[in-house]
Design a protein around this ligand. Structure first.
Ligand code: 7TS
Length: 409
């Protein structure tokens, strides 16, 4: 059963106060809070197991290696990859995308080739491709969207040419909550033999994800957004693609043999994992994935969908409210908004700062999606993003808080 009371007790930080008010944490799109079991997994590993992985004959090193590799299997099962060879540990979504942009660029991109991204990408799914395009003389093209924040699928298809080498698209917008039709995007790209990267930073925490069902070629996400620790993330890649990519960084772990003249590289996934991995974080990430799996991703999805719909409904009762996106009720647990007073929008930073004084944590600004802000013709928004532990009472506190703040202007 989905007992919100029990769940909240698993997250010590949720019972703290901010400026004398109970904390209302609605910035889960930026990072999620950690259940006790995740922190305890880290403490336990440092206190009782700690040793470097993959290189020790001794007891602790073997135990740490077992935990690290068991974590890879947990991640594999969580996203339903075919093999643990397809699960690369990185520092997060950003590093996953940079890894792919560099290696894919080296292997497959030539002058005049094209990379396709969407209007609603986070900077981490824009800038690495721009850098790669500059390096290789390639061209970045952008899938347009409607004013309501939906990708234009006909325009997408029309943008695919014989020079398109890769399509990179976010699963869920971190600003609009739009859930993109990624399965359809992938199907269409594959008709043209073009591989697809999905940025899953904002989908993995909120819905079941099956990379084989999606049939994506690459999929990136961050541990810290799915109740795991900071500093660890994942790049999934189909083995056939990963085998054809060169290494990203050189160093220990990623080699088979080294002489001063020549190095042979390790097998997957180690070829892409130079240096000591954050094996404590990988174990804690697996602990987080076990935690959400025990609650059930379907149940989390249902809970957050109900909460999001309730929040949209309640926010719309506020005079002057503009919610961006959310024109379909399939949108995810991220709501960006602005409030108009006396003919202009109250500045997002002012609104966010005054909400903070009431103990309500929201994010303000461009949300690392400046091109999307330009498309919407705004500088920034206030964003409330929900997690598995948020409640309708917290939505009510947000709505009451906004009403109170708006009165002050
Ligand atoms: N992609 C998307 C869709 C994201 O929302 C984010 C982070 C990233 C990539 C980068 O993830 P990282 O873990 O490598 O930093 N998004 C946000 C946000 O919306 N507010 O703070 C970080």
């Amino acid at each position: 059963m989905y007992s919100i009371h029990d769940i909240r007790n698993d997250f010590p930080i949720l019972s703290r106060e901010v400026y004398g008010h109970p904390l209302v944490y609605l910035d889960n799109g930026a990072t999620t809070q950690k259940p006790r079991c995740v922190v305890e997994a880290m403490v336990d590993e440092y206190y009782n197991v700690n040793a470097n992985v993959h290189r020790g004959v001794h007891f602790l090193s073997q135990r740490a290696t077992d935990l690290h590799e068991a974590s890879r299997e947990t991640v594999r099962a969580f996203v339903n990859a075919r093999s643990t060879s397809e699960i690369l540990f990185t520092r997060g979504t950003t590093e996953s995308i940079n890894l792919l942009a560099f290696t894919f660029g080296e292997a497959f991109i030539h002058e005049g080739d094209e990379i396709l991204i969407s209007t609603m990408e986070h900077h981490s799914n824009i800038v690495p491709w721009q850098m790669m395009c500059q390096r290789k003389g390639a061209v970045l093209k952008v899938i347009p969207m409607t004013d309501e924040g939906e990708l234009l699928m006909d325009a997408y298809e029309a943008l695919l040419t014989e020079r398109t080498r890769l399509v990179c698209c976010t699963h869920v917008s971190n600003v609009l909550g739009t859930v993109n039709p990624v399965k359809e995007i992938i199907r269409i790209a594959h008709q043209h033999d073009i591989p697809v990267l999905i940025d899953g930073a904002q989908s993995v925490p909120h819905m079941p994800v099956d990379v084989q069902d999606l049939d994506c070629d690459f999929f990136a996400f961050s541990g810290h957004k799915v109740y795991g620790p900071t500093g660890v993330g994942v790049l999934y890649g189909k083995e056939a693609w990963l085998d054809r990519l060169p290494p990203y960084q050189g160093g220990g772990e990623m080699i088979k043999n080294v002489t001063f003249e020549h190095t042979t590289y390790n097998d997957l996934p180690y070829k892409f994992e130079a240096g000591t991995p954050d094996y404590v974080a990988t174990h804690a990430l697996a602990t987080a994935l076990d935690y959400v799996s025990a609650l059930g991703m379907d149940n989390i999805f249902r809970h957050e969908q109900q909460l999001t719909r309730y929040a949209v409904e309640q926010l719309r009762t506020i005079d002057g409210m503009t919610i961006f996106g959310h024109t379909r009720d399939t949108a995810d647990a991220v709501i960006s908004f602005l409030v108009r007073k006396d003919g202009h929008y109250i500045h997002h930073l002012d609104l966010g700062t005054l909400l903070d004084r009431l103990g309500i944590a929201v994010r303000t600004g461009h949300h690392c999606a400046e091109p999307l802000m330009h498309r919407l013709g705004i500088e920034g928004t206030v964003r409330a993003s929900f997690g598995l532990y948020n409640t309708t009472a917290e939505v009510d506190a947000l709505v009451a808080g906004i009403r109170r703040v708006v009165q002050m202007f």
